[in-house]
Design a protein. Sequence first.
Length: 293
Amino acid sequence: MKAMLIGAHNAGVPDFLELTKPRITILVVATTLVGFYLGAPDSVPVLLLIHTLIGTAFTAAGASALNMAMEWESDSRMRRTEKRPIPSGRLSVLQSIVFGLFLCLSGSLYLLFLVNPLTSALSAITALLYLFAYTPLKTRTSLCTVVGAIPGAIPPMMGWSAVRSSLDFEAWWLFAILFVWQLPHFLSIAWLYREDYERGGFPMLPVIDKDGQRTSRHIILETSALLCITLSPVTLGVFHEAYFIGATLLGLVFLYMGLKLASTKSAGSARRLLLTSVVYLPCLLILMMLSKL
């Protein structure tokens, strides 16, 4: 136990990389890229984009490492996380905290000096909300997913603010899409791993909602809201007809998968909803980027 808290001696680069939750960090960087591209003028300032993505990646990776340090005991009780670097004893809590703090501070300072103060402030807010609002609430209330969706939705705003030095309507629209998309995405994961979450002490909605009725209603409401939000710019003439058709089809498929889960309440339907959510987001973001061409 003492070695787990203070020092571990068999850690390698892959263990530190795992601390950064690469898939989440990649998603954060990707959505930041979309926000930057959509906010950019006719020609994209490439050097500014590179600086933005580097600073964002550092901050996101650092926040993930600190989150793992804060949750290592819960992770040790869950099958899907028990082999992470800290519960398995390959890294200590202290090593993870030092590593995470270094990345977070480096990312925020990098953005401050090489991008702009607004983007740096947004990166700091994202990390603070993730670590000091979402993380502690995970063991207290199912509303943690709503709170956690806030920092998860800020990265495209960071991309927009990096190139515009402001937060316009479009930046908030991107925030709304990412915020609402995360809710059914999170719920499908929690449905699939609800026994694991229960062992870890996380009262996610599918854990406390034994018959799945409340979870189903939430998923239907959220996928319906997402469809409406994604189509709203069309009424303002922001995107052309191809985006409207593509976003409508994607949204209807997402909603259909939510309805299937509500009707069957099966693990298979939850897995298909999760897969749909993973495919949906990049397809929608690509549609947005193509609509700007």
